[in-house]
Design a protein around this ligand. Structure first.
Ligand code: SF4
Ligand code: SF4
Ligand code: FES
Length: 260
């Protein structure tokens, strides 16, 4: 057991401040355990969100010493013995109370994306895919929707606050964010998806606004290659479609997939 100091942001949408708590920490604890101990011992009204405590539900996202992290997967032994641990809600989304914030802007982005459209009518042999095509999109399906990548992306951080109203986006040109770029990638790279998503990826979803800083990839707890495997290939497809003269002539001669 050792005594540790935590600074936890307490407040709501009207404002708040960091409050200091000292607590005994034992071997093997994660930050979420310590927050629960503080909640039980000295801050019964501390609001925090969690569900699985196994890094799989994406609920316990917060900023720990300034870095977006899952509190249930952040072990106490990564901090120095005298280090004060600062915990605050995700900065990019509005606070509801203490460590809980309103991430509904993300659900609004999700709704903007047209769902998977397999060929119709269903082929006699059923829908067939090569294993390599399965492997390519499988990585994107590991997303647990923790929104740590959305929190760290400077484009989302700096977005116009007017872009979200009552949890819905009011702008059709705003960048959809890294989590949803990989959702788009999983659909665009799916060999059975018949939708032509490139025009929307360029215009409505703002692929050009990402400047490939890779900050999103660094914080992803599922280690998804968000930038290299998702966003960059989408940007390349946009370039091929709109700026590659050879591809443009080829499409004029042979055509392109059309939205069905
Ligand atoms: S690589 Fe793009 S999506 Fe990821 S954090 Fe940077 S700007 Fe945002
Ligand atoms: S891509 Fe990674 S960081 Fe982003 S929401 Fe999914 S799991 Fe979280
Ligand atoms: S509690 Fe589910 S990911 Fe942390």
């Amino acid at each position: 057991m050792s005594k540790r100091t935590f600074k936890i942001w307490r407040g709501d949408k009207e404002g708040g401040e960091f409050k200091t708590y000292e607590t005994e920490v034992s071997t093997g604890m994660v930050v979420l355990d310590v927050l629960h101990k503080i909640q039980s011992d000295s801050a019964n009204d501390l609001a925090l969100r969690w569900n699985c405590k196994a890094g799989k539900c994406g609920s316990c996202s917060m900023e720990i010493n300034g870095k977006p992290r899952l509190s249930c997967m952040t072990r106490m032994n990564i901090f120095g013995p005298d280090e004060t641990i600062t915990v605050q809600p995700l900065k990019t989304f509005p606070v509801i109370k203490d460590l809980v914030c309103d991430v509904s802007w993300n659900y609004a982005q999700n709704k903007r994306i047209a769902k998977f459209k397999p060929p119709q009518p269903r082929p006699e042999k059923g829908y067939v895919m090569y294993q390599e095509d399965v492997d390519r999109v499988q990585e994107f399906r590991k997303c647990i929707e923790c929104y740590l990548c959305q929190d760290t992306c400077h484009v989302i951080r700096d977005r116009d606050e007017g872009d979200v109203k009552d949890g819905k986006t009011s702008s059709s040109t705003g960048f959809v964010g890294p989590r949803f770029m990989i959702r788009l990638a999983s659909l665009e790279m799916h060999p059975l998806d018949t939708d032509d998503r490139i025009p929307e990826i360029k215009k409505e979803f703002g692929s050009g606004m990402c400047n490939i800083t890779r900050c999103c990839t660094e914080v992803c707890p599922e280690h998804i290659g968000i930038t290299d495997n998702g966003i960059i290939p989408l940007k390349e497809r946009v370039v091929d479609r709109y700026y590659d003269p050879v591809a443009i002539i080829g499409r004029k001669l042979f055509g392109i997939r059309k939205r069905t």
